[in-house]
Design a protein around this ligand. Structure first.
Ligand code: ADP
Ligand code: ZN
Length: 737
């Protein structure tokens, strides 16, 4: 780039008037040229630029491209008061965009959705509970005070408090005037309390110590590397990776622990606090905007050493990232399925390889991809085979449903019922697991046999008796339970078919009238916080029988739980999806792993109609290596991931014919794919063929490992012109195939 005559050219600095390329979050497919503002700016600076009549935020991405009419290039309006984006983050976003075939601005939005932009004053007013009493109470005042009490000593900004309490700010000002709410000036963003890695951790067992030392060694050696930490539930994986975190902090670098959103429990934060003497920064959907701004800033300034977060924490502006832990690495919630389609596990590896950081992938049941990468030597592998202390792995047995005498409309077999009774008598907890939300998966008319479907989606309406409505699990539409059949008009003949967790609760209540029964299903809790509190109450002994969906499978300890009964172990095996076996295996092992921690041994009973199915046998027998090898061999023979590469192209639009035509045209014009020995399959209806009135078809592209799939896809898709409301999304490494 040419600086002006006589000016000192600092690397990465642009003097006033120089052309810079600015990437904005606007849906444009390129950067735009501007002139650097008065005082110049650094590469990576967050700026505000004019775009048409508007002002939009952006990032100085590099030198201007100079391909605009120079006389029309406008100036950057101002540089925002936040640290510039690091080159490392620019590289991460660029490579992520290239990998996921997403326009860079859409990826940039992920990294700037975090607040921190703008010019916040260094002090701000916050509000917390005061000592005074209001002269009179109104409903609005009560709400404000109750909220502040609920959150203990936590302070809110005026806007947050008004919004969360659902009152106008004048209500709060009124309470301030009377001293019932205290108004304080505080520095906007305080550093997080120091974590102390020198505090001693738990005394590790032999296996644990070996694994911890291997991870520490990796951190001391420095540079990028990924380790798969495999270990049965309760074997101490968390204790082991906390040692890696300690080593990372000792080296003065920052660490990130990613958890599936639901596992971000108070329990985990308490463990971190016990280990390091202070709580880490948190990053997930439940964190207030104010706190997010603080985390974002402090991460950039080094005022936060450890972040515990959900997948979007990957986009935080770490100053010196040394370690990323991906706990429960097989968890499907790491895949973001809308907007930018990415898998946080894979992006963690990418982020770390750019930052020269270590990655620990922890799981009792790793995904086949990670298992294969470890087999191939791309990842190191550490294994913990025994549960800690006296805890033994649950005994796992099948209940052969062909031999059980079942009453009509019941799903708990006599054998399972006896087992539950035994636990209740001992004062222990039992979990009945059924991965189906709602009351009944199907509602049909007994007169004509028609099932009630969603008018907008290719999905059945699911009865939620708790809400007294039918709900579509694709789009969330609800409708009242129909009295008359929507198809034939018959009166009072609508009937539920099959079990959901709410119906299981009914059956359990009838079987065990004295037991306290709790249902753990996402839609029975109004917020993530309510759900977490619900889980904690149950863990503390607040229920005798837990009826749960896959929510309960994820990283939470129920110390009193000694029996897991899987209502329908065959459920996941029915689909045609190649991952069905892997998923079922993972889910069943995870659920079973909830039983028998600490001192009481656990049992898992699987109700199945096919006890000799290879997957069921692998789950019961626990010869995991044999299972993985067999799965891997099948995938390899089919050229499927991780032995081949795969991408899904989802075409959607309100005109089904047009969407199919587009798909067919793409399938016909596949020369760019054939050039790299890639094949295209379809178009076929997507796994969900219609969502919110939009028809969806999918093409699957399969390519040998090692080909530049993204380049071929780009060439193939370049001529596509979308008409009307048609849309195209590329899903690299789709979850289902
Ligand atoms: P995982 O992450 O593999 O499920 P955890 O790390 O949560 O296993 O360990 C299971 C339980 O055993 C936890 O309560 C943990 O504190 C305890 N534990 C594991 N290892 C040790 C150890 N070496 N000393 C004391 N307690 C341990
Ligand atoms: Zn729907």
């Amino acid at each position: 780039r040419g600086g002006g005559e006589g000016r000192v050219a600092e690397p990465g600095f642009y003097n006033e008037g120089e052309l810079v390329a600015v990437l904005t979050t606007q849906p444009l497919d390129r950067t735009l040229d501007y002139r650097a503002p008065e005082g110049g700016c650094f590469a990576g600076a967050y700026v505000e630029v004019p775009l048409g009549p508007r002002k939009v935020p952006g990032v100085v991405w590099g030198p201007g491209l100079g391909d605009f009419d120079i006389s029309r290039v406008r100036s950057v309006i101002r540089v925002l008061d936040v640290a510039p984006m690091r080159a490392e983050m620019q590289e991460f976003l660029t490579r992520m965009a290239a990998y996921t075939l997403t326009p860079l601005p859409a990826v940039l939005r992920l990294a700037t959705r975090a607040p921190g932009l703008g010019d916040p004053p260094s002090m701000r007013k916050v509000y917390r509970l005061g000592d005074g009493r209001p002269d009179r109470m109104t409903e609005a005042r009560t709400r404000v005070l109750a909220l502040l009490e609920d959150f203990g000593g936590l302070a809110f900004t005026l806007g947050e408090l008004a919004e969360q309490a659902g009152v106008s700010s004048s209500v709060i000002k009124g309470l301030v005037a009377q001293g019932a709410v205290a108004e304080q000036d505080t520095p906007r963003d305080l550093p997080f309390p120091q974590l102390d890695p020198a505090r001693p951790g738990k005394a590790l067992t032999g296996d644990q110590a070996t694994a911890a030392e291997a991870l520490r060694g990796g951190l001391r050696a420095g540079g990028y590397g990924t380790t798969l930490l495999k270990g049965v539930t309760g074997s101490g994986k968390t204790e082991v990776y906390l040692e890696a975190v300690a080593e990372c902090l000792r080296g003065g670098r920052q660490a990130l622990v990613l958890l599936p959103e639901i596992a971000l429990s108070a329990e985990f934060l308490t463990r971190v606090e016990a280990r390091f003497g202070a709580r880490p920064a948190e990053w997930h959907s439940g964190v207030t905007l104010t706190e997010r701004r603080r985390v974002w800033k402090m991460i950039g300034q080094g005022g936060a050493q450890l972040v515990v977060g959900a997948r979007s924490a990957l986009f935080l502006p770490f100053r010196d990232l040394g370690l990323i832990v991906v706990d429960e690495e097989h968890d499907t919630s790491y895949k973001q399925e809308d907007g930018v389609l990415y898998n946080a596990r894979d992006m963690a590896v990418l982020r770390a390889s750019i930052a020269g950081a270590r990655v620990v992938l922890a799981s009792a049941t790793p995904c086949l991809e990670s298992w294969a990468n470890a087999e191939a030597g791309k990842y190191d592998r550490l294994e913990l085979t025994a549960r800690f202390g006296a805890a033994v792995l649950p005994e796992m047995r099948a209940i052969d449903m062909r031999a059980e005498r079942m009453q009509a409309g019941c799903w708990i077999s006599p054998a399972l019922r006896d087992a539950v009774r035994l636990r209740l008598a001992r004062g222990e907890q039992a979990l009945l697991f059924l991965n189906r939300r709602g009351y009944a998966p199907v509602t049909l008319c007994r007169a004509c046999g028609q099932q009630v479907g969603c008018s907008q989606c290719d999905a059945r309406m699911v009865e939620h008796r708790f809400l007294k409505r039918l709900m579509c699990h694709q789009c969330g539409e609800t409708q009242p339970m129909p009295e008359t059949c929507p198809s034939c008009g018959a009166e009072g003949r609508m009937a539920p078919v099959g079990p959901g967790v709410e119906r299981m609760a009914e059956e359990a209540a009838a079987c065990f009238p004295d037991a306290r029964i709790a249902v753990l299903s996402s839609d029975l809790f109004s917020s993530a916080r309510a759900l977490k509190e619900g889980i904690e109450a149950i863990a503390g002994g607040g229920a005798d029988i837990i009826i749960g969906t896959q929510l309960v499978a994820k990283g939470h300890n129920f110390p009193l739980l000694t029996l897991v009964g899987v209502i329908d172990a065959d459920l996941g095996l029915q689909g045609s999806d190649l991952r069905a076996a892997e998923r079922t295996f993972q889910l069943m092992r995870q659920v079973a792993g909830r039983a028998g921690r600490a001192d009481k041994p656990g049992t898992a009973l699987l109700q199945t109609f096919q006890p000799e199915h290879p997957v069921i046998r692998a789950i019961l027998g626990g010869d995991e290596e044999a299972f993985w090898s067999a799965e891997a061999a099948q995938r390899e023979a089919a050229g499927m991931p991780p032995y081949g590469r795969m991408a899904g192209i989802i075409l959607s639009g309100s005109d089904s014919g047009a969407v199919f035509d587009l798909g067919n045209a793409l399938a016909r014009n596949d020369a760019p794919l054939r050039a790299v020995n890639a094949q295209v399959f379809g178009p076929a209806p997507a796994p969900i063929a219609r969502i919110r009135g939009r028809h969806r078809v999918r093409l699957l592209v399969k390519a040998p490992k090692g080909v530049a799939l993204q380049d071929a896809l780009t060439r193939w898709l370049a001529p596509v012109r979308l008409k009307g409301d048609a849309r195209l999304a590329v899903d690299i490494d789709p979850q289902s195939f």
